[in-house]
Design a protein. Structure first.
Lengths: 177, 425
C-alpha cells in the first residue's frame, strides 16, 4: 500500500492540548457522525497561531492527502482521540516523526492513518516537498529529493490490513463478517 | 529467562512463558475504565461494532469525573447516555458524582486494581494504577470499544527503565518534587514505548498516596506505564477491599533493564517548580520565588489526596490566601473529601480563603471550575502545563507540590514552602 502527499513540517512536542483543546472535548455529538466530523474538524488546533511548532500556513492551506513530518515526540499527552481525529478530518493522511507518543500513535493508526516513528527522519523533509510511503515495503521516499529511507514498524502484523480497511472499527467488522 | 514485573504480567496475560521488549502480544484485559470525557464516545463506537453485550460487565468501571457536577447541557447529555448504557449492560461499578471522584483515585481507593492485572482506560493517566503492581495504561475510544466487545488488547512489550531512588525525603519535600526532578532528567520523550519501574528505599518508605504521584506522571516522560512492585503496604490496603486472591509479582533479580537511573534524595536540594510549557522544565523553587500568581490550584489525579490536603492545611492554618489570588482546592475523591472534613482540614482551608470544590478533574484540563484567562499565571499541583492546557493559550502554568502551591497562595507569588513549614507545627 502506497501513500503520496505534500509535506507539512512540524516541530517538537506537538501536544494533544494543542491539537485539540480540553474545552472542546464534550462538544461533538458522537451520535451524529456528520455533525461530529464537522465539529471535530473545526475545533482542532484552535490556538495554533500562538504556537511555534506548527507552520502558520498549515491551518488555512492543508489539503486532503497531505502528510505531516514532525520532529521528536509528536502527540505527547492525552488519550483524547479527537487529537488524532481532527488531523484526519482536516485531510492529513499520515504522520511521520522522529518519535511519536504511544497514545497518538495508536489512535491515528486506529483511524486508518499511518503514524510512522522513524528516528532522524524529520531532517530529510521540508514543507512543500512530496513524500511517498510504501507501508508494506517499509520505505519512505522524499520524491522532491529522490531519496529513500527504510523503516521498520513495531506493530501487529495486521496493521497495514487495518489501514486498507479504513481503520480499527471497519477492520473489526470486516473480520467478523 | 529473567523478566521484569511488566514482562511477567504481559507474558501471563498473553498465555506465554516469556516475552521480550518490543514483542507484540495480545493480552486479556482484567479491568477497563471509561469516564464522562470519552465514555459516550466509546459507547457510540461500541454500537458501531454492532455489538450487543460487553464481554464482561464485572470488569468494567465507569466513573464520571472530568466535568461533574455536569458543567453544561452537552455534558449532561453525554452523562445520560453513559448512565443508560451502564444500566442496560448491567455494569455494577458505576460512580456518579458524589460517590466516586477522579477515576484514578477511585480505581485504587476502592480496590478495583489488583497486583498483576492488565488495566486499561480512556485516559493517559491510567498509569497511576501501576502503583498497585498492575500493568495499567491508556487507550483511545476505538480500541476501548473493541476491548468492551472482546476483552483483548494488543500491546508492544515495553522495555523497562528502572528508576532507583535512595534516601529520605523530608517534608515539605514530597514525591512531587522528586518526580519533577526525575522528569527533568528523563525528558518528555525519554521513555516512549518504555515502562518506568520505581524501586529503592525512598519508594519503599513512601505511602501509597505519594507513590501514586510517580506512577501518575510516568506518562509525562512518554512512558507506556509506570509500575511499583507490590509490597506489604499494597497488600494491607487491598485485603479489606477485595475477595480476590492477591498475587505478588516482582521483577527477577537478574531481569534486564533498558537503563537504570540512580537518584538520591539529597540531590533534591529544594522544592521543584516546572515552568511552562511542559513538565520537564523543572527548576529549584528559589529560581522562581517572587513570580506573581493569579491562581493556586491543589487537586487533580496527581495531588488531590488526603496527605496533600494535610500538608496544605499545615501551611495555610491560621493564615490567609493573598487578596488578589484565587486558591482552589479540590479533593480527589468523595472519600478524601469525607476524611478531610473529619480531620478538620476543610475548615482550615476554607478559613484561609480557599474555594473548596467537589471532587472532579476540574481546572486541570480546561474542563471547568477555575479556567485561566488571558495572561493569568497559575501554580498548580496537577501534572501538565502545556500551553493552553487549563485555559487561554496565553495563561502560564507552573507545576509544583501541594506544599509549594499552598505557600504561594499565601504570598500571591511563587514561594518556598520551607519558609512556612518551620513555624507550622
Amino acid at each position: 500500500m502506497k501513500i503520496k502527499g505534500k509535506v507539512w513540517k512540524f516541530g517538537t512536542n506537538v501536544d494533544t492540548d494543542e491539537l485539540f483543546a480540553g474545552r472542546f472535548i464534550m462538544g461533538g455529538d458522537e451520535t451524529n457522525s456528520e455533525a461530529y466530523r464537522q465539529f471535530i474538524e473545526a475545533s482542532g488546533l484552535s490556538d495554533v497561531q500562538f504556537r511555534a511548532n506548527v507552520p502558520k500556513e498549515f491551518l488555512p492551506e492543508v489539503k486532503e492527502g497531505d502528510v505531516i513530518v514532525a520532529e521528536e515526540n509528536f502527540g505527547i499527552g492525552s488519550s483524547r482521540q479527537q487529537a488524532a481525529e481532527t488531523l484526519k478530518f482536516k485531510g492529513v493522511q499520515a504522520v511521520v516523526a522522529d518519535s511519536i507518543h504511544r497514545l497518538f500513535f495508536r489512535n491515528f493508526w486506529n483511524l486508518g492513518c499511518p503514524a510512522l516513528d522513524i528516528p532522524g527522519i524529520s531532517k530529510q523533509f521540508e514543507t512543500g516537498e512530496e513524500i511517498e510511503i510504501d507501508l508494506r515495503k517499509g520505505v519512505v521516499t522524499n520524491l522532491s529529493r529522490e531519496k529513500e529511507f527504510r523503516f521498520h514498524l513495531i506493530t501487529p502484523p495486521w496493521f497495514v490490513d487495518m489501514v486498507e480497511a479504513g481503520g480499527l472499527i471497519p477492520f473489526y467488522k470486516q473480520l467478523k463478517s | 529467562m529473567a523478566m521484569t514485573i511488566v514482562e511477567k504480567i504481559l507474558a501471563q496475560k498473553s498465555g506465554k512463558s516469556m516475552v521480550k521488549p518490543d514483542e507484540i502480544v495480545e493480552v486479556s484485559v482484567d479491568l477497563a475504565m471509561i469516564h464522562d470525557a470519552l465514555g459516550a464516545h466509546t459507547i457510540a463506537k461500541f454500537k458501531e461494532l454492532e455489538a450487543e453485550k460487553i464481554w464482561d460487565p464485572e470488569k468494567i468501571v465507569v466513573v464520571l469525573d472530568h466535568y461533574v457536577p455536569n458543567k453544561d447541557i452537552d455534558v449532561a447529555k453525554k452523562c445520560l447516555r453513559i448512565k443508560k448504557f451502564v444500566i442496560e449492560q448491567g455494569i455494577e461499578n458505576y460512580y456518579e458524582v458524589g460517590k466516586g471522584g477522579i477515576c484514578h483515585q477511585v480505581l485504587v481507593e476502592k480496590g478495583h486494581v489488583l497486583p498483576g492485572m492488565v488495566v486499561v482506560g480512556t485516559d493517559s493517566h491510567m498509569t497511576t494504577s501501576g502503583v498497585m503492581g498492575a500493568f495499567a495504561t491508556g487507550i483511545g475510544v476505538d480500541e476501548m470499544a473493541v476491548v468492551f466487545k472482546t476483552g483483548k488488547l494488543w500491546e508492544r512489550v515495553p522495555a523497562t527503565i528502572r528508576i532507583n531512588v535512595e534516601g529520605i525525603l523530608l517534608p515539605p519535600l514530597t514525591s512531587k518534587d522528586l518526580m519533577l526532578f526525575i522528569i527533568k532528567r528523563l525528558g518528555l520523550s525519554g521513555a516512549i514505548f518504555k515502562s518506568l519501574q520505581f524501586t529503592g528505599s525512598t519508594i519503599d518508605e513512601m505511602s501509597i498516596e505519594s507513590r501514586m504521584v510517580l506512577t501518575n506522571m510516568a506518562v509525562e516522560t512518554g512512558a507506556t506505564n509506570g509500575i511499583i512492585e507490590p509490597d506489604q503496604k499494597v497488600l494491607n490496603h487491598l485485603k479489606p477491599k477485595t475477595n480476590h486472591p492477591l498475587q505478588v509479582i516482582r521483577s527477577d533479580p537478574d531481569a534486564e533493564y533498558a537503563q537504570t537511573l540512580e537518584f538520591r534524595t539529597d540531590e533534591i536540594k529544594e522544592p521543584m517548580v516546572a515552568m511552562p510549557p511542559d513538565p520537564s522544565n523543572g527548576v529549584w523553587v528559589s529560581e522562581m520565588v517572587g513570580t506573581k500568581i493569579d491562581q493556586a490550584f491543589i487537586g487533580a489525579c496527581t495531588n488531590g489526596r488526603l496527605e496533600d490536603l494535610r500538608i496544605a492545611a499545615r501551611i495555610l492554618k491560621g493564615r490567609k490566601v493573598s487578596k488578589y489570588t484565587k486558591a482552589i482546592i479540590i479533593p480527589a475523591s468523595q472519600e478524601v473529601y469525607k476524611a478531610a472534613l473529619k480531620e478538620g482540614l476543610i475548615e482550615i482551608l476554607a478559613e484561609a480563603g480557599a474555594a473548596i470544590g467537589p471532587p472532579t478533574c476540574g481546572p486541570c484540563m480546561e474542563a471547568h471550575m477555575g479556567i485561566l484567562g488571558p495572561g493569568e499565571v497559575s501554580i498548580s499541583s496537577a501534572n501538565r502545563n502545556f500551553q493552553g492546557r487549563a485555559g487561554d493559550v496565553s495563561a502560564k502554568i507552573f507545576l509544583a507540590s501541594p506544599a509549594t502551591v499552598a505557600a504561594s497562595a499565601i504570598k500571591g507569588e511563587i514561594s518556598d514552602p520551607r519558609e512556612f513549614f518551620k513555624e507550622a507545627r
